[in-house]
Design a protein around this ligand. Structure first.
Ligand code: GCB
Length: 578
């Protein structure tokens, strides 16, 4: 609103431009790396804003004056919203918000000792779905897009001594130019669904670093503005200064593997900025149609999983993550595909400890706007943020750059560039995607395969494509020349629905499906893994039959995460010796 025309905002359709700059991204991301900050989690207030009034009318500039002191009417009490916990997904906080897709304002006040000459204050957001615009003490400090990756903003010049007000405009509209686009098979939870932290770091600090083992040497690279931090890995006798942030040290660590997930304590310090991590060292590569972990062929057996919870939606906690890992182990598996977006960062940390291999991916899912350069920039940034976040996690062995996208030149170029980016940013992992199949000739056939290390194959023979014999035909007709992982296969079953007549949606049908699948895949020498679709039932509003009612029922376990369906035991037994 301007003083000369208090109604100008009613006609301003460019209102978002001013807040569509200062994009936080992979290059500005701070890796907390064991440093503690001041948590801003807890109770915030939330105000729904379906029309983006708050950006138009600049709600973030309003003060807290009580109504009796207002001189003009207002449409918002900045701190007067409904009290909600952060992290959370708004959809499950009240029944009215369940299907809300739009903007909300989060606000939270906090006290602070104030800026200090030699300190930088970095606000770190675990994730906000989908776009976030951040305002501190009435000033816009930056924006982020991408609903599952972390971002950091420098708050040094905006932070005050005493009371501070942080406001975040979070918006989860489904749009065709986003990653994912408007159509996908999971629930569109909105909100600040991971934690918010304020870090106080020395002016010269470590933004991020990577420590990996390759070809007989520990290689370290730190992003700290050209400074030379000190690296200590006591168990390997390494104590050295990384000249200009880089160093290489011949070493023979015990290598990390699912059987023996060895982790080393490391410390990287620059002045009084100290990062502490536990890192595993391992080598993953492809040799012909085999995948070698530390030089030994390995088969990846496990399941896909969505971040979804009956009560908490996309929010995970350590109990939940530990349960996923325990269920994979009980299934006789060693592998989780984190579908279809970056999961909570604690998943990879806990998988490091437990010896679980991970496929981590970005939501380049179905009909992405592959011709749109802005959409590409968003996808590439999400990929680079994910890589930056999890680069030190031994458990993460595969980056997924897409899932079931239709074959066009634009898609090929978009996804090949993503694959090249993953390889350039991170030569210590394999790149994959759920690829295409030639359904006329029953052959794995995808031009994108040339850009990948491992071909992901989502196949539902015996379910969507009812004849399981077609899987045998497809496998026999294909000569992929690379390892193939069945990145999805599954069938729906309603927990408790039993029928011995092959009826769809029965537990018996789902169990038989997995027995047939393993029998068909067993003899194929290039299939190096299988991720069952999937561990738990999850919300998906696309699914509305009497059996589904808003849920995808392909879980081996029901949505309570306790009730195992028959297929759980059937799969465990069928692939025991595979
Ligand atoms: C797929 C998709 C996955 C769906 C699944 C299904 O191929 O990749 O996201 O949820 O099928 O259940 O149909």
């Amino acid at each position: 609103m301007t003083a000369d025309d208090p109604f100008a905002h009613l006609h301003d359709e460019d209102y978002a431009n001013a807040f569509s700059r200062v994009w936080a991204g992979a290059d500005t991301l701070l890796d907390p790396a064991g440093r503690s900050g001041a948590s801003l989690d807890g109770l915030w207030t939330m105000t729904l804003d379906p029309f983006d009034e708050g950006l138009r009318q600049r709600w973030f500039e309003l003060d807290d004056a009580p109504p009796e002191r207002w001189t003009v009417p207002r449409d918002c009490d900045p701190a007067g919203g409904v009290r909600v916990p952060v992290p959370s997904c708004w959809n499950l906080l009240t029944p009215e918000w369940k299907h809300y897709e739009g903007a909300v304002w989060y606000a939270r006040d906090f006290d602070h000792a104030g800026p200090r000459q030699d300190r930088r204050f970095i606000l770190h957001f675990g994730a906000a779905n989908y776009a976030a615009r951040v305002f501190l003490n009435g000033r816009f400090i930056g924006a982020h897009r991408g609903g599952s990756t972390p971002f950091s903003l420098d708050a040094t010049n905006t932070l005050r001594g005493g009371a501070n007000r942080l406001m975040v405009h979070v918006e989860n509209r489904r749009r065709d130019d986003r990653i994912p686009m408007s159509h996908f098979d999971w629930f569109n939870y909105g909100g600040l669904h991971r934690g918010v932290t304020l870090f106080a770091l020395p002016d010269r600090h470590i933004r991020r670093f990577r420590i990996a083992w390759r070809d007989g040497a520990i290689r370290a690279a730190a992003d700290c503005g050209g400074a030379s931090p000190r690296l200590r890995i006591p168990a390997l006798g390494i104590d050295a200064v990384l000249d200009g942030g880089r160093g290489e040290f011949p070493a023979a660590p015990e290598l990390w593997s699912p059987d023996r997930p060895a982790l080393y304590g490391i410390e990287l310090s620059l002045g009084d900025d100290v990062c502490r991590e536990r890192i595993g060292f391992r080598d993953i590569r492809v040799d012909g149609t085999r995948i070698l972990l530390n030089g030994v062929p390995i088969r990846l057996k496990g399941a896909c999983v969505h971040e979804d919870d009956v009560a908490k939606g996309r929010c995970s906690d350590e109990t939940d993550i530990a349960r996923r890992i325990a269920h994979i182990k009980e299934l006789g598996g060693n592998f989780l595909r984190l579908s279809h977006y970056p999961h909570d960062p604690r998943v990879a940390r806990m998988a490091d400890e437990a010896g679980i291999l991970l496929w981590a991916e970005i939501p380049v899912y179905w009909a992405i706007d592959f011709d749109n350069p802005e959409t590409y920039a968003d996808a590439e940034n999400q990929l680079r943020e994910l890589i930056a976040r999890d680069a030190n996690r031994a458990s993460v062995v595969l980056w997924g750059v897409g899932n079931e996208n239709a074959d066009t030149d634009a898609r090929l170029s978009f996804m090949s560039r993503l694959a090249a980016t993953a390889k350039r940013d991170d030569p210590t992992r394999l790149v994959s995607a759920a690829c295409l199949v030639n359904r006329r000739e029953f052959r794995i056939e995808d031009r994108l395969a040339a850009a990948l290390d491992v071909i992901g194959l989502n196949e539902y023979f015996g379910w969507y494509e009812p004849d399981i014999r077609d899987l045998g035909r497809l496998l026999a007709n294909s000569t992929p020349g690379k390892p193939v992982i069945v990145s999805e296969t599954g069938a729906d079953a309603v927990a408790g629905l039993r029928a011995n007549d092959g009826r769809l949606f029965s537990e018996d049908k789902q169990a038989a499906f997995y027995i047939d699948q393993i029998a068909a895949l067993r003899g194929c020498d290039y299939i190096q893994g299988l991720a069952a679709w999937l561990l738990y039932d999850f919300r998906s509003e696309r699914r509305q039959t009497r059996f589904q009612r808003g849920w995808n029922r392909k879980g081996l376990i029901a949505e309570d995460k306790a009730t195992k369906k028959l297929a759980f035991g059937a799969l465990r037994d069928a692939w025991r010796d595979w």
